[in-house]
Design a protein around this ligand. Structure first.
Ligand SMILES: Nc1nc2c(ncn2[C@@H]2O[C@H](COP(=O)(O)OP(=O)(O)OP(=O)(O)O)[C@@H](O)[C@H]2O)c(=O)[nH]1
Length: 401
């Protein structure tokens, strides 16, 4: 066991592991999509690896330089990792925290002072461990509130790693406090060296966690982009209402529900009367604006449980979870509201409306055709009126507008 944890070998293994992981982080930073903070994480790990290299080379360098530079690098790497976490969660590129850096500078000054004390090694390790504990707890506090949604597991892993780092730092603090005066850190007992090895492992897990956090954020963005694309594929760009595609897919779902629970549902189709004249007299852009105003009136005049869509051109459709009689009443109310409304710049307009209640076992095509037939009859009957189709067989052939 002792041989396995031979100090120089241990130092070499840890350094090589850290260098490898730091290089991989830099590679990911240069070649993949990353987020604010990733660069700081990569720099933090490179700095940590540099600190271990200095530890290995300590005997070949002037001791004051090796100790102070090594500690400065260790402090800087902790501050960089914290800044990376802060920037990642806040999505900002501004370096996050001056308190850590100021604290780090004070600790470094204390460490420099300790170089001239007989019990300096112990005190140095205790101060450095205290700082490590402080940063670990700050990272934990910063990250924990973000453990939700898709980021939950990766963030919890990050919190666990920094809790582990904090535990090791406090363990080492107590261990060194109780130990006799030390002359060389790496010459300490096996337990002490084992802690360094565990810390190196934690650094690797941290790097993995950073990659995981980045990956889950990419997933999150893709998911949101897909949801946005799906939503906008169902919206009519001119009026902002749902489009026909959305209404049809909702109607299919409603048909299943209505058939299963025998609940009434009606389709109301409405068409602006003589809309062509608006375009012809005032131009297509004014026509577009009139359509937008009409959409607003229709949407405002129906219940929130009704689904309004632009069916196409100057036609709108409303899905109402009510029986035919109530749908006709609502359509009359809407027709009346529209005729009372001043529409800029054309004045008052009227609509023709066709209503049809879903018949048990009927499909969407047949239901729409019946509503369309009723609308056609409203047009034929002189416009500005509501017609219904009650599902009873008719003698005349089915017509469409
Ligand atoms: N401005 C504008 N006009 C549109 C749009 N979609 C369809 N239209 C116009 O709507 C008009 C529909 O004309 P018609 O089908 O003859 O109907 P109408 O003039 O309303 O006559 P009736 O429906 O029979 O009362 C055409 O002039 C189309 O160009 C659109 O997105 N914007």
């Amino acid at each position: 066991m002792l041989n396995l944890l031979h100090a120089p070998t241990l130092g070499l293994i840890v350094t090589m592991l850290l260098m490898t992981i730091a290089s991989l982080m830099v590679f990911v930073l240069k070649t993949r999509k990353t987020y604010p903070g990733f660069g700081l994480w990569a720099t933090g790990l490179v700095t940590l690896a540099g600190c271990f290299i200095l530890a290995i080379l300590r005997s070949t360098l002037p001791p004051v330089f090796a100790i102070l530079t090594g500690n400065a690098m260790a402090i800087a790497s902790l501050c960089l990792l914290y800044d990376g976490v802060a920037n990642f969660y806040r999505q900002s590129k501004i370096p996050a925290n001056r308190l850590n850096w100021a604290g780090g500078a004070v600790i470094l000054a204390v460490l420099a002072y300790c170089l001239f004390r007989a019990d300096g090694v112990n005190i140095r390790i205790m101060w450095a461990s205290a700082f490590q504990f402080f940063i670990a707890m700050r990272v934990f506090r910063l990250a924990l509130p973000h453990a939700r949604g898709r980021q939950k597991s990766a963030t919890l892993l990050l919190c666990a790693v920094f809790i582990g780092t904090g535990v090791i730092a406090s363990w080492r603090f107590v261990d060194v406090m109780l130990a006799p005066t030390m002359t060389d850190m790496l010459a300490q007992d096996v337990g002490f060296r084992l802690l360094i090895l565990v810390e190196a492992m934690l650094a690797i897990v941290v790097a993995f966690t950073f990659l995981l956090l980045t990956h889950t954020r990419i997933e999150e963005e893709l998911h949101e982009a897909r949801a946005r694309a799906e939503h906008s594929a169902r919206i009519d760009p001119l009026t902002g209402l749902w489009n026909r595609r959305h209404l049809e897919s909702e109607a299919k779902r409603e048909i299943q529900r209505a058939n299963r629970y025998v609940q009434p549902i009606s389709l109301v189709l409405l068409d602006i009367d003589h809309f062509k004249q608006v375009n012809d007299r005032l131009g297509h852009l004014v026509g577009d604006d009139v359509l937008r105003q009409m959409a607003g009136i229709v949407q405002a005049s129906v219940r929130t449980s009704d689904l309004v869509c632009r069916w196409g051109g100057e036609e709108f459709a409303i899905l109402m979870p009510v029986a035919l009689g109530e749908a006709v009443q609502a359509a009359e109310k809407l027709r009346h509201a529209i005729t009372q409304q001043e529409i800029e710049p054309v004045g008052r307009l009227s609509i023709s409306v066709g209503c049809a209640q879903l018949v048990l076992g009927e499909d969407l095509t047949s239901w729409c055709r019946r509503a369309d037939d009723a609308l056609y009859r409203a047009k034929e009957g002189g416009r500005n009126r509501v017609e219904k189709d009650d599902g009873a067989p008719r003698n005349e052939p089915a017509l469409t507008t």
